[in-house]
Design a protein. Structure first.
Length: 453
């Protein structure tokens, strides 16, 4: 019953479609035909399917609305990619969030944002109340194009489309390139919202193990050859959740394999500004031919000012503009784009980034030491950013630890929410910038003690 409901929920079976024959489905599910008969009869009694004399069972009613949590393996909610997002986004002020994926508000450049707000308040009425141009303001695209050029990515302002966020950038690209049922490759582990978004596109998600230098290249080659994914989505710089960085050798191999199989790559560069110095970039090596760079300002400037970008071939940008008009009409909010432009042009922004990197280096070391004392070990020490991907003491299950900690108002990010293969139950992602409260370590110690093997 669950399996049929899931197929209907993810639209693999639509109204009027014939269900698998009883014999075939019994073989698929490794159960007896009588079990399938019983399940089909119950589903018919519920009204989801109906029998047609002599010709089998068919989906009866209009399928229920798309419920993303129903797609994919049936998981405990603590393992569901939406669980950490919703716990973190909806947390009351008193709740500590070492599991969330952003910096505390007082680490952000609030003075520069306030100056930008004052500047934008005095600007043209059109910026305050009109739709903006479809690509977003030229001045911000120029500024980004200059910055990308210093990293070897030659996009030019016409190769950049501003979007409402990094998430929206990936959503548009999926609309552009991925049809329901097509395969998309992600790292295992990867940022959990990649999986959530891909479910919304009804893509088939395949993972490749991630190493401290990038994807495991042997496995990458095998998986690409076997599944022929349409797209590979990754973070080359300061990968979420591991904090690892793609090596130049791995970058070269990834591009070669992708080219052999005509696979497009989305390089999500959202953590790039946290790097001590720029690492190898697929977008630069490939010249934005079959790599698309996306990013946003949510991690370094403000997640409240919603603004992201896509840098890609200009013919693809044209198609993506149409998709953005179709799905959002106005693209990036002109107010948001002007605020980003003003804040990035403010002389203090570079200093803010330097200060942030220093502060994070200290926090990373400090939190790693405190975690080690609890038997929690970083998988690697990242070069920058705010994540530590850690293994828990042997026998501890990170979902159970997260459940226990939540009862004490601490939101954690258990490993399997990041893992397509669900083999990260001993891992946990920590955000070192969100761990200033000593009680977090006490709650962790108690949660670990309460969840022995
Ligand atoms: C890798 C990655 N990409 C994208 C996002 C979302 O960015 P935005 O706020 O621009 O939608 C996040 C947020 O945590 C992220 O970690």
């Amino acid at each position: 019953m669950e399996a049929i409901r899931a197929r209907v929920a993810r639209r693999a079976l639509g109204t009027g479609d014939r269900l698998p024959s009883i014999r075939a489905f019994a073989a698929t599910m490794a159960v007896s035909p009588s079990t399938v008969v019983e399940a089909y009869d119950r589903l018919a009694a519920e009204g989801l399917i109906r029998a047609r004399q002599g010709s089998g069972f068919y989906v009866a009613s209009a399928p229920p609305p798309l419920t993303l949590a129903e797609i994919g393996p049936k998981l405990d909610r603590a393992l569901d990619p939406f669980w950490v997002s919703r716990q973190s986004l909806d947390a009351a002020a008193a709740v500590a969030k070492p599991g969330c994926g952003w910096l505390p508000a007082d680490w952000m450049p609030n003075d520069a944002i306030r100056r930008a707000l004052r500047k934008v308040a005095r600007t043209d009425a059109a910026i305050l109340s009109d739709y903006g141009a479809t690509r977003g303001p030229l001045a911000l695209r120029h500024l980004l194009a200059r910055q990308f050029a210093t990293e070897g990515v030659d996009a030019g302002p016409d190769g950049i489309l501003l979007t409402g966020s990094g998430t929206q950038a990936i959503d548009l690209i999926c609309r552009f390139l991925v049809r329901p049922g097509e395969t998309v490759l992600v790292d295992d582990p990867c940022y959990f919202n990649f999986q959530a978004l891909l479910r919304a596109h009804q893509a088939t998600i395949v993972g490749v193990p991630y190493t401290p230098n990038g994807p495991d290249i042997e496995r990458f080659a095998d998986v690409v050859a076997q599944h022929r994914p349409r797209l590979y989505i990754t973070n080359s710089a300061l990968h979420n959740p591991t904090g690892a960085t793609l090596s130049p050798q791995a970058a070269h191999r990834v591009l070669t394999i992708a080219a052999e199989h005509g696979m497009t790559i989305v390089e999500d560069d959202i953590f790039a500004d946290f790097e001590p110095e720029p690492s190898a970039r697929l977008a630069a090596l490939d010249g934005l031919s079959s790599v698309i760079r996306i990013g946003s300002f949510s991690k370094t400037l403000s997640a409240s000012i919603r603004c992201g970008y896509i840098a890609a071939r200009t013919d693809w940008i044209e198609a993506l503009i149409d998709l953005q008009v179709a799905t959002s009409f106005g693209g990036v909010s002109p107010v948001a784009a002007e605020l980003v432009l003003a804040a990035l042009s403010d002389g203090s922004y570079r200093k803010h980034l330097d200060g942030l990197r220093r502060r994070l280096n200290g926090a990373r070391r400090d939190v790693a030491d405190k975690l080690e004392r609890l038997g929690i070990s970083p998988w690697m020490m990242p070069r920058g950013g705010f994540y530590l991907w850690c293994s828990l003491p042997v026998g501890c299950d990170s979902a159970e630890v997260a459940h226990a900690a939540l009862n004490h108002d601490v939101v954690l990010a258990p490993g399997n929410v990041f893992s397509v293969s669900q083999n990260a139950s001993r891992y946990m992602r920590f955000n070192v910038a969100q761990m200033g409260e000593p009680r977090i370590f006490e709650v962790l110690a108690r949660a670990l003690a309460a969840t022995p093997d």
